[in-house]
Design a binder for this molecule. Structure first.
Ligand SMILES: Nc1ncnc2c1ncn2[C@@H]1O[C@H](COP(=O)(O)OP(=O)(O)OP(=O)(O)O)[C@@H](O)[C@H]1O
Ligand SMILES: [Mg+2]
Length: 374
């Protein structure tokens, strides 16, 4: 565990970049430092690997003051990733990734083999190994940066706005990749960003910092969304806080109804039976075809081309209440369609029922720690 204990950084010109900051950074999870520009995020990160020395206070790594560790030993236990990757322009991708193992004295072949393994791990095509950084896209360069930081298998990864310079689509891919890698490798990651959505998506714990290097709140993301400490945090979280919080509640418990679900070859009785104006028609395989109004449906002659699109269904157990609510809001019938992993309909659920589930989830208070996918 990394423990930041009442740390202050005053630069020589008198600027207080970090003011009596205390944080416990848990092992094998992602801790995000988020806040507006100039609030002291980079300074905090750099004090952890001693690129910046604190003016006051101590930082402990596994109980030991980092001041007692030789800087080189300390830094070897901490991979460092920055915005725009900071790659060596005159070295190939493979040699960029092999940098730290080479410094540590590994043979060229072993270091390159390790680099090749890491390229695969971060989702880079092996064909890129011999290219130079300028021959890669920004997103690919950022992946190289992550691979390079992981090369010597350090337990700690420090990441300073690593995904800020790429477009939103590439960024989402990099975030998903980081979560996947983290699942596999279980590093202790300290991640800096000024993007609150990125913080909420990636963080197990999120430290919201404010101007002057003050800690405004330190909490799991679901708690930030439900109980912002003050107006600054609330404002920083932005709009839709309530809706976004639903990402942390699972949809598995939603009661599903198969009442309004009918097969495409439904009989007149099957069409007449449900007490609903809209019916979901499924194909022979049980997959959804679309919604039809009962009065437009004729037994033996359901015109699938005239059904209204059912939109994106949700998968209970995988998707969150937010995803289920989104499906219901977009559905012409006001019902969300639930499917299993193979895409077969398992039932539908109304906006009203989802509303009840939301109220009882809030009353229960505790969002799903495992973070359902939004
Ligand atoms: N070497 C330095 N000398 C003097 N002041 C500095 C130095 N480095 C940073 N600062 C100041 O310390 C404060 C915190 O800077 P820091 O780089 O930690 O902020 P940040 O939160 O990372 O900002 P950004 O989101 O813009 O990267 C700022 O006011 C900055 O101007
Ligand atoms: Mg910074």
């Amino acid at each position: 565990m990394i423990r930041i204990d009442s740390v202050t950084k005053r630069y020589p010109d008198g600027t207080v970049a970090v003011d009596r900051l205390s944080l416990e950074i848990p092992d094998r999870s992602i801790t995000v430092l988020v806040g507006p520009s100039g609030c002291g995020k980079t300074t905090t990160l750099r004090m952890i690997n001693r690129m910046v020395e604190p003016s006051e206070g101590t930082i402990l790594l596994d109980g030991e003051d980092i001041q007692r560790r030789p800087v080189t030993t300390l830094r070897r236990s901490m991979g460092y990733v920055i915005q725009n990757a900071g790659l060596f322009q005159h070295r190939t991708i493979l040699d960029n990734i092999a940098t730290v193992p080479r410094v540590l004295g590994w043979g060229k072949q072993k270091a390159r083999a390790r680099a090749a393994e890491l390229m695969e791990r971060v989702g880079l095509d092996a064909a890129l190994a011999k290219r130079y950084p300028y021959q890669l896209s920004g997103g690919q360069q950022q992946r190289v940066g992550v691979a390079r930081a992981l090369a010597a298998d350090p337990p700690v990864l420090l990441m300073d706005e690593p995904f800020s310079a790429v477009d939103p689509v590439v960024r989402k891919g990099l975030q998903d990749e980081l979560l996947r890698i983290q699942d596999e490798l279980g590093k202790t990651i300290v991640f800096v960003t000024h993007d609150i959505d990125e913080a909420i998506k990636l963080g197990t714990m999120v430290a919201v910092m404010r101007e002057g290097g003050h800690l405004a709140q330190y909490a799991p993301p679901a708690e930030l969304l439900s109980d912002p400490a003050d107006a600054f945090v609330e404002d920083f979280l932005g709009a839709d806080r309530g809706i976004r919080r639903l990402s942390f509640f699972p949809s598995a418990e939603l009661p599903l109804s198969t009442g309004p679900v009918i097969p495409v070859d439904a009989s007149a009785e099957q069409i007449a039976a449900p007490d609903e104006p809209w019916l979901l028609v499924t194909d022979a395989d049980g997959k959804p075809l679309g919604w039809g109004e009962r009065r437009d449906l004729t037994a033996g002659d359901i015109r699938t081309g005239r059904l209204v699109a059912h939109g994106r269904p949700f998968v209970p157990g995988t998707d969150s209440l937010r995803a289920a609510l989104d499906c219901a809001v977009l559905s012409p019938s006001g019902h969300a369609v639930a499917v299993d992993g193979t895409g077969r309909v398992t039932g539908v659920v109304s906006q009203a029922t989802i509303g009840e589930a939301i109220r009882s989830a809030h009353a229960g208070g505790h969002a799903d720690e495992a973070k359902a996918a939004s």
